[in-house]
Design a protein around this ligand. Sequence first.
Ligand SMILES: [Zn+2]
Length: 714
Amino acid sequence: MGASKRTLVTSALPYANGPLHIGHLAGAYLNADVYVRWLRGTGQEVLFVCGSDEHGAAITVRARKEGLTPQEIVDKYHTLFQSTFQAIGISFDVYDRTSSPLHHRTSQEFFRKLFDDGQFIEKESEQYFDEEANSFLADRYIIGTCPRCGHPDAYGDQCEKCGSTLSPTELIDPRSTLSGSKPVMRSTRHWYLPLENHEAWLREWINTGELDGSPHHDPALWKNHVIGQCKSWLDAGLQPRAMTRDLDWGVDVPPEIPGAAGKKLYVWMDAPIGYISATRKWAEENGGDWRQWWQDEDTDLIHFIGKDNIVFHCLIFPAILKAHGGYNLPVNVPANQFMNLEGNKISTSRNWAVWVDEFVRDFPGLEDSLRYNMIRNMPEQRDSEFTWKSFQETHNGELVNNLANFVNRVLVLTGKYFQGTVPAVHLDATFKDPEGHQTTVSDWLRKMADQIGEIDASIRSFSFRDGLQKVMEMSSAGNQILQINEPWKVYQSDPEAVKPVLFISLQIVTALSRVLRPFLPFTANRLDTFLGCPTGGEKGRIQEILDLIQAGEAILPAGHQTGEVGHLFDRIGDEVIEEQIARLHATEVPIAEEETSESHAFAPEKPEIQYDQFAGLDIRTGTIRSAEKVAKADRLLKLEVDLGFDQRTIVSGIAEYFQPEAIIGQQVLVLANLAPRKLKGITSQGMILMATGPDGGLHFVLPGETLPPGCIIS
Ligand SMILES: [Zn+2]
């Protein structure tokens, strides 16, 4: 099953200036953990590395706010991260930190090599300087009035009210947060990575999956939103990016380089190198060779991240690695979208979050219930939402009613009829399958092997929701087998007939204990105990059952003695959920008065354009005359749109929001002079204008009244 290659898996380094919330978990950790555990189960060689990102100006800002030193801040959160990840079952092989001496050394060696090879350019620029504090000011250290919305406390890099990306020089009345004084401009020199020199190969690598003219990865396996974001950066043209900063907290620029005094590595230069340092730490502690994992081309590198880190992991870090030479580039970066909470974006500053450390404290024993709900709702292709109500529903409706119910019935009945021993059954013995057909035990075992193959395919294509659903379908089928064969009735008259039913049910429970482990590791341990199997083993345990089935054998042999049966899950009552919802609202930090008109966070404003650019858009009213699904494209509808003066074929990515038959006759606005482009072999001659609602769903944009096709919008 799968390739025999080595796989190095990284999860985004969490930033050590605040606790972990469920959005972090859903973005870069649970998905990676399922992936890694599955690979281990299939016997593949895999290493899972991560660590705390402990540098950058936001750490010093936080330290100032809390009256602590930067080191105290990162110590506090690094310790919290370690215990939180462990409590929720994230199975890193190594969890390092970027303040470690080994990391400082590794990133300095990296910087030094790029410097020696002439990969940097030196540039002088004017930057804000605080004369009272005698310090250059990082963008976060400057606040002033936002030039876009007038918010008086916008940061030098971003206005948190309107979401605009800013540069410090755009702020009106800038002031330093260190002293409150008005900063002055001073010139400073920094080393820049000329990303424009890397644009050509990056473009080829992203678009075709080829590197230096040879196949590197299959771009069809990359997520659309990841490739889309990279393309939009590449199309805008890459610029030189500063790799150093004037800061007093971070990795020193190697001191032997002239002009290094007072300069630190840019946090986005040193943080991803943290993956390499973590691998070195693991190798030192385990006697492995870190180079095998980074430099041997038989190793696949995969970065799990949230969508806010796409550019750094798909363009900037690959450029750094390639400039250094000798390192593998990622074969995939399956970035997730964001998870929202109870109708709003998760916000640390507003305390609108479910903090993972608080969850594991408040719900001991329900770690897997959180994992289950989050994997089930994982924002794999688009933003998703966590609600306490859905947490309760998936726990009670699926884990209790389906999984726990099945496991409990099988083991209790085995105890009652066979003293807890797996009954001896010929593999040709039959029972009724969920459709009521007589099926042999060996046929059902082979069917399970196929199901496991399908779960494998889902996980390897980063469709963890699908994979989990298929696991639960195995459990549902088990419940149906019990229901239709009714062993509790049949036993009185024909105890022999009950044997194959419980035998196959025990095989299903055993298979579940193996394939559930990547998703629900704590539950898998309990299943092992109930089954009387050794707990905790992971490596090769999925492959093991496939091999047994392949060899025509059962997974759990006849005569095996099962263990003591316990309770998998209790139901979660309404009062528990209501308490959590009430607490979320009670502890929310209210947004400032001038911001109350915001119902949700807005996307950053796009750069200003001239009137001519707008006047160049030919937007018309149109009417949809026909609509049909595009074969092999889940999101696309092929539309025929009447523009009055012309009939257009338009391919639109709205299939998930609208049924084709429901939108025939729908009035729409069409960008009519967009250059035609081919989508799935169909030439699309225009674009339907859509609004993205606060829920992330798409809505048609309409004039206030029905107009005939072809009217000009201006
Ligand atoms: Zn603003």
